[in-house]
Each structure stands twice: as structure tokens, then as C-alpha cells.
Design a protein around this ligand. Structure first.
Ligand code: E4P
Length: 217
């Protein structure tokens, strides 16, 4: 299972990269705005800065919503760095663009996916990744993890290559449950990854080992 971090914060990306378990980064316009990254030039530069920190795929989202605009913007993003994956919304023009990008060797991440039908369409169009937003479904009393399981079943039925990228992950239990279901990737905050480290018996055990060592040394 690949671990992506869902942020545009360079310090957090560096911290996750230093841990040695990071496989990529996802961003979106809201995350860029949160870091105060505005203006086309600054945004493009920020994507390159992220690519220079991590080894894996970095999702950069298009703003255009018409086919021609998505293609133009997607090509510009893809040309920035070989690690860039063009993030395209699950809309009709987006599906057409994903098909175009797939035919032209440009990797895509189909975002804002909230149903199995949308995920099926993204895979048919040739998306590299599909991003079901599990946290936002949970927020409206709908089981986000169940959507991951549905998509896993459908993709396995037909051997689709599209990777399931569980997005809008909010906490460590989301990460664990996605791993059990067989999500290919998860993207979440640094805290959702670091939460995997924690167990009180580890802390108590280590304290005892060190205390016993100190008695004889
Ligand atoms: C996906 O790539 C999105 O950036 C993200 O996971 C959305 O998460 P949120 O619901 O926490 O905003």
C-alpha cells in the first residue's frame, strides 16, 4: 500500500519524506491556498519544489472545467516535472480529458469521486488513480470505507489497472481499514501516518528495557 501525504506544506512533506515511508503527495487548490500559495507562477513553482522533496507521484489539480482548458492546463502541469500527475475532476469534460491524457502518456488522478459508478467511469477512461473521498462521505453519514470496498470489487472483477487512492483520509483507523480492504494508496495528513507508530505497550516496554540496561551498565 502506498502512503501519500495530502498537503502543500513543505515542512510536513519533508518530515514525512524523512520518515522513509512516503510514496507521493496529493494537493488541491484549497491546500495550496491554505499555505498562501497564490498566482499561477508561484503555484507552478510550488509543485516543482514538492517534486524536488519526494521521490514519488505528485498530484497537481487543474482549475479549468472545459475539455480544451483541462488539456492545455494538464499539459502545462505534466511538463513541469516527470513526477507530476494531472488531477482532473470527475465531470463529463474531465472524463474526456482523462481518456485523452491516457492516450498521450500523461498520468492522471480522477478526483472528487463519491460513487462506485464514477470510479468505474474513471477506470474505463484510463485514469492512473481514482480518488474516492472517504472522510467527506463519513461527514454526511455515508460509509466512505464501504465505497473503497465496492470499487475494489469492481476493479478486481475486470482487472482494471487504475489504482484506488483513498482520499480525504482523516485518521489512522481510516488508513488501517483501507489497508484491510486492499486500497492501493491512501492520502491523508501526517498525523494519520504517525498515528500508526503509537502503542502504549511499546513505550512502557522500551522504558523497561532501557531501565534494565542502565542497571547493569
Ligand atoms: C484528495 O486528493 C484531496 O486533496 C483530499 O484528500 C481532500 O480531503 P479533505 O476532505 O480532508 O479536504
Amino acid at each position: 500500500m502506498k502512503f501519500f501525504i495530502d498537503t502543500a506544506n513543505l515542512d510536513q512533506i519533508r518530515e514525512a519524506q524523512d520518515l522513509g515511508v512516503l510514496d507521493g503527495v496529493t494537493t488541491n487548490p484549497s491546500l495550496m491556498a491554505k499555505e498562501g500559495i497564490t498566482g499561477r507562477e508561484n503555484i507552478l513553482k510550488h509543485y516543482v519544489d514538492i517534486c524536488n522533496i519526494v521521490d514519488g507521484d505528485v498530484s497537481a489539480e487543474v482549475i479549468a472545467t472545459d475539455f480544451e482548458g483541462i488539456i492545455k492546463e494538464g499539459k502545462e502541469l505534466a511538463a513541469l516535472h516527470e513526477q507530476i500527475v494531472v488531477k482532473v475532476p470527475m465531470i463529463k469534460e474531465g472524463v474526456k480529458a482523462i481518456k485523452y491524457f491516457a492516450d498521450n502518456g500523461i498520468k492522471t488522478n480522477c478526483t472528487l469521486v463519491f460513487s462506485a459508478g464514477q470510479a468505474l467511469l474513471a477506470a474505463k477512461a484510463g485514469a492512473t488513480y481514482v480518488s474516492p473521498f472517504i472522510g467527506r462521505l463519513d461527514d454526511i453519514s455515508t460509509d466512505g470505507l464501504n465505497l473503497i470496498a465496492e470499487i475494489r470489487l469492481i476493479y478486481d472483477n475486470y482487472g482494471f489497472d487504475t489504482q484506488i487512492l483513498a482520499a480525504s483520509v482523516r485518521h489512522t483507523m481510516h488508513v488501517l481499514e483501507c489497508a484491510k480492504i486492499g486500497s492501493d494508496v491512501m492520502t491523508g495528513p501526517l498525523s494519520s501516518i504517525e498515528g500508526l507508530l503509537k502503542h502504549p505497550l511499546t513505550d512502557i516496554g522500551l522504558e523497561k528495557f532501557l531501565a534494565d540496561y542502565r542497571k547493569g551498565n
